[in-house]
Design a protein around this ligand. Sequence first.
Ligand SMILES: NC(=O)c1ccc[n+]([C@@H]2O[C@H](COP(=O)([O-])OP(=O)(O)OC[C@H]3O[C@@H](n4cnc5c(N)ncnc54)[C@H](OP(=O)(O)O)[C@@H]3O)[C@@H](O)[C@H]2O)c1
Length: 329
Amino acid sequence: MKALQIVENKLAICEIPQPQPQAGEVLVKLSAVALNHRDQWIRAGKYPNIVFNTTLGSDGCGQVTALGKGASKKWLNKTVVINPNVNWGDDQRIQSSSYQVLGMPTAGTLAEYISIPQDRVVEKPKHLTDTEAAALPLAGLTAYRALFHHGELQKGQKVLITGIGGGVSQMAFLWAQAKGAQVSVTSGQPEKLEKMQELGAFLGFNYKVEWAREAAQQGESYDLIIDSTGGPQLNSLIKLARPAGRIVFYGATTGLPPKIDLYRMFWNQVTLQGSTMGSDKEFVEMIAFTAKHKLVPMIDSVRPFSEALDAFNRMEQSQQFGKLVLSLT
Ligand SMILES: NC(=O)c1ccc[n+]([C@@H]2O[C@H](COP(=O)([O-])OP(=O)(O)OC[C@H]3O[C@@H](n4cnc5c(N)ncnc54)[C@H](OP(=O)(O)O)[C@@H]3O)[C@@H](O)[C@H]2O)c1
């Protein structure tokens, strides 16, 4: 079968043996898979413990075509989405010490088939196509935990989501809106801001200019800020947080902040909270929330699997607006 692997610092579509389902596993014939920034970090050599000849990819949707010994017959022929958690464990507060994300070092979804334990699959929400469902798992789970577990988002609250071109940011936007929050966004690209305002964003700010001052001048302040960029702008986010507000961050794309305004943080009782992916329980809740509100992930483009490298290049340059999906049908 074909699989996209990292081979000596480069991505390559390789021909490898099709996996055989082991005891308790289901074999999924993938129909659509999606990229996350994690895959691009791995490609760029900026991810810890990279193991060459590993199949990348955390997101996928497909049909169960075979069962390992002891796997439930209920899964056969079902169309499923894949939970990218490996060994989260039972603690809702924190992942276990053996936690991994599917797609490094465990063989991931960017392939024609994947064989995984049966408790890693959930039935695809009926309102979604395979392509849309493939876009959900990693970004959806990360956004869900950041908003609802750490952010404790309530209806009517004001939310700011930074870098709205990002996959996780856009999922966070959809779910915060569905919860009844008033959501504003930032982006480095004015056309993305325009699109988001068409989709109901309250305000949009271009982070490449003095956006935080503009927001403050407009009287903006937020109950919850969802961020994945970190870097020097963190103090602007602290300034824009309401008293008792929360900043939940799940990435640090622009690196570490040179300093943190602790004075303002303690006076305003602002919480700065890190977040990573989400528990298995949250994965099931996230899929149910998506189905209940009939939410549809934003898709930038769907390419044939053979054009995977073009999709990676588009992500590298932040050109995408929505998830980058690869089709295997
Ligand atoms: N901890 C976890 O479990 C977890 C899970 C998922 C992702 N992450 C991390 O979170 C980050 C985003 O992941 P993703 O998959 O959503 O990435 P993505 O789809 O590639 O999106 C990245 C976005 O970051 C925005 N950005 C870049 N520079 C920025 C800046 N200076 N200020 C504000 N926004 C900026 C851009 O938004 P615009 O195009 O709008 O400018 C870009 O589209 C990555 O660092 C990733 O590794 C962590």
